[in-house]
Design a protein around this ligand. Structure first.
Ligand SMILES: [Zn+2]
Ligand SMILES: [Zn+2]
Length: 102
């Protein structure tokens, strides 16, 4: 099940479960759209993969036992260990390769 993280690893902006501003990689590394576009340039600093918008878990229990209330967001805020310069430097090496070719 997808771990819904509540902040951008880079700028620490809040990314509530219903935010359309959250982007994730396949390992659930979570960043805001602005950081993905302007700093990471679609390169995840933790795995080198690309990003996709995070799906929104439903608020309403339309299927039994399944909703954000039943499987809530993660309570741990994750922050990157890299500096902005390191993030940009990593992206610099990889961003020209399309995610499907990485
Ligand atoms: Zn951010
Ligand atoms: Zn990643």
């Amino acid at each position: 099940m997808l771990e819904i993280r509540l902040n951008c690893e880079c700028c620490d902006k809040d990314l509530l479960p219903d935010s359309s501003d959250a982007m994730i990689c396949t390992y659930e590394c979570t960043f805001c759209k602005r950081c993905v576009e302007n700093i990471l340039e679609n390169v995840c600093p933790n795995c080198g993969g690309g990003f996709t918008p995070r799906p929104i878990r439903p608020k309403t229990e339309r299927c039994r036992g399944l909703s954000i209330e039943h499987q809530p967001a993660s309570i741990n805020r994750v922050r990157t260990k890299y500096t902005i310069e390191e993030l940009k430097g990593f992206s610099e090496k990889i961003r020209h390769i399309e995610p499907e070719d990485r």
